[in-house]
Structures are given as C-alpha cells and as structure tokens.
Design a protein around this ligand. Structure first.
Ligand code: NAD
Ligand code: UDP
Length: 331
C-alpha cells in the first residue's frame, strides 16, 4: 500500500455533512483522524461508520475555545493536515446562530491556524462561494472579489468566511503557515439533514413525503450542485498539493432552483406539487464556479452528474426508516 498523503489529520466540523465524508476519506487513505466538533449542527450518527476504527477519535469541543491536545503522548511525528470545516453552513443554521457563526470564522480559524503552525501542518480552510455574494461576474472565478452586503441577512456567514480567508492569508505571510483556501460551491449528498433548510435535503424530504415542494421566489435563481464525493476528492487534492488557493471546488452544471425541484420530483416518482413561497432575503440570483484553476493545478474536475448524484442522494434518504434524531450527546 502507498503511504497516505497525511499521517495525521485534525478535522474541525468532522461530525457534519461534508466533514464526516472527509474524515471517512482520510481514514480510508490510512490517515489517523481526530474530529473536533461541538455537535451544534453535526450528528454523532454520521461518525458511527468511523467509530470502530482505532485510527479515529472524536472530541466534542467548541473550536472557538482553546483547543485540547489532540494527540496526547509522544505520537507527534509525520505529515499533518488541519482541515477547518467547523461553521454553520445552512442559512437556517447561521440565521439561528449568527454570533456563533462569526466566532467559528474568527476565533475558530485562529485556533485552527495556531494548531497548524504548531504541528508544522498543511492547513485547509473550507471557505465558500458565499464570499462572492450576489455575483456580478458569472461564472465566478477566484479573481472576482464579490458583492457582499456587510449588514445583510447573510453577512454573519459571508463575512465570517471572508475574515477567515483574510486571517489565513495573513498567517501564511506572517508565520509561513502552509495554508490552502478552498471555496466550496453548493454541495449535496447523503447525511444532509432534512431540517437544515437547504434546497436538496428539503426538496428530497418533501418529495418523499408527498407534500408540496417549496420553491422560493420565481425559482429562476440558479445554483450549481456538486456531489459530496467530488467535493471531498477536490478538498483532498488541494490539501495534498502545495497550492495556497483560493480555489473553487464545485460542479459547473448550473440549474434553476425550479428545475432542481422538478428533477427531484421525477427521481422520487412523487406526486408532490411544486409551490412558490416568498423569496428568501438577499438570495443570490445565480451561482456557477469557474473551475479552470482546479483543473489546471490539481487535474481535478467533478465526475458525478447531477441526475446520478441526486438519484444516489434520494436513495439514501429513502433508505432511512425514521426521521433522524436530534443532535445527541458526546461520544
Ligand atoms: P454542517 O452544518 O453539516 O457541518 C458543520 C459542522 O461544524 C457541524 O458538525 C457542526 O456541529 C460543526 N461546528 C459548527 N460550529 C462549531 C464550533 N464552534 N466548534 C466545533 N464544531 C462546530 O455543514 P457542511 O455543509 O458540512 O459544511 C461544512 C463546511 O463546508 C462549512 O465550513 C461550510 O461553510 C463549508 N461549505 C459547505 C458547503 C455546502 O454546500 N455543504 C458550501 C460551501 C462551504
Ligand atoms: N430554496 C428553495 N426552497 C427551499 C430551500 C431553498 O427554493 O426549501 C432555494 C434558496 O432560496 C436558494 C436555493 O434554493 O435560492 C439554494 O438554497 P440553499 O440554502 O440550498 O443554498 P444557498 O442559498 O446557501 O446557496
């Protein structure tokens, strides 16, 4: 077996949707993984497939507070990755916890960078297409600086990530920390929570229950949806490279929200009607990544088409016999 690109990794937000898939992929590659997560939007059940591995450890911890020692004892050699994903990510979650979201981007990123510096680690920030705001440039390339309202309803998330990017950049300049910034575009797949308010889990859940599928506003606003397996492969490719980013990771296949609702309804065979609900405030009108940089630098591009990925996701939702339990206690 070839050696893993990283001997050890700390994944903040590893009990969340993307984080749990990242932990799984790192473990499969032979990396020892410590997940730090406060379970504010993550779930212990996401870690169930990993908890049997002697190379995996979960620590329930709020990363905005000083960090515990992830590797007690002398076990500190080898190449280390610190992947910072801890942050509310769905509009429902960050509207519910705006101050915590800002802190995760600020103090959380500061602690994560300090840990990376201490371990001589590669640092990976999970930033977001939200840094482009409601974009004037389409598709969005990494050189576009965005159009974000600092006092708008999404500002707690957008500005937290913009600050996190600035902090990461300054750490690299001042301390020479080996940093990388990934800008994730809308990612979907198994382990999203039906109640998290995002489009895909909401539509799939509604379609499977046969209740109306709620499309906001005209439904003409667009998103470009990337399957989580492709996103995680992109994150790992960036982590394994020496590129600092920022680098878009997403799928450029762009669809209107209404078209996604129709596709979900078709794939589930549901009789749900598609109903219009009031437009969300400050909702970006369009979003599509320019992934030329990731293609050139990493040879990465998504492999999973929207229909295939949604079919896989619908299958996962349909296979769950009960509604997920609320976030539960620490491991
Ligand atoms: P998620 O809500 O499923 O996961 C976030 C995780 O972070 C959760 O497990 C939560 O409990 C944890 N967390 C939040 N604050 C914390 C804190 N202070 N201390 C410790 N843990 C904390 O969201 P996700 O979709 O998996 O997003 C993961 C990361 O990827 C986020 O940083 C998000 O901004 C970024 N991202 C995701 C998407 C997407 O479409 N999923 C798009 C762009 C960026
Ligand atoms: N959306 C919708 N119905 C829902 C949830 C979301 O029409 O029940 C819309 C939302 O207004 C936005 C798009 O779907 O236009 C994507 O929303 P999501 O929260 O998934 O991602 P984000 O807006 O953060 O890109």
């Amino acid at each position: 077996m070839t050696s893993p690109p990283f001997d050890r990794a700390i994944v903040t937000g590893g009990a969340g949707f993307v984080g749990s898939h990242l932990c799984e992929a790192l473990l499969s590659a032979g990396t020892r993984v410590v997940c730090l997560d406060d379970l504010s939007s993550g779930r212990r059940e996401h870690l169930a497939p990993l908890s049997g591995s002697p190379r995996f450890r979960f620590v329930r911890h709020d990363v905005t507070l000083p960090w515990p020692e992830p590797w007690p004892g002398p076990d500190a050699a080898g190449r280390v990755l610190v992947a910072h994903l801890a942050s509310a990510a769905s509009p429902v979650d960050y509207h519910r916890r705006p101050l915590e979201t800002l802190r995760a981007g600020a103090a959380g990123t500061e602690h994560a960078l300090a840990a990376a510096q201490r371990y001589g680690a590669r640092f990976l920030l999970a930033s977001t297409s939200e840094v482009y705001g409601d974009p004037e440039v389409h598709p969005q390339h990494e050189g576009y600086h965005g159009d974000v309202d600092p006092v708008g309803p999404r500002s707690c998330y957008d500005e937290a990530k913009r600050y996190a990017e600035a902090l990461t950049t300054a750490h690299r300049r001042v301390h020479g920390t080996d940093t990388a910034i990934a800008r994730l575009f809308n990612t979907y797949g198994p382990r999203m929570r039906p109640g998290d308010g995002r489009m895909v889990p909401t539509f799939v859940d509604q379609a499977l229950r046969g209740v109306p599928i709620t499309v906001t506003g005209s439904g003409e606003q667009t998103r470009s949806l990337c399957h989580v397996d492709d996103t995680v492969r992109g994150l790992l490719a960036l982590a394994a490279s020496d590129h600092p980013g920022p680098m878009n990771i997403g799928n450029p296949t762009e669809r209107s929200v209404h078209a996604v609702a129709e596709l979900v309804r078709d794939l589930t065979g549901s009789a749900s009607e598609i109903t219009a609900v009031p437009a969300a405030a400050d909702d970006p009108r369009r979003r599509r990544p320019d992934i030329g940089l990731a293609g050139r630098e990493l040879g990465w591009e998504p492999r999973i088409g929207l229909e295939e990925g949604l079919r896989h996701t619908v299958g996962w939702f349909a296979s769950r016999s009960t509604v997920p339990t609320p976030v539960d206690s620490a491991v």
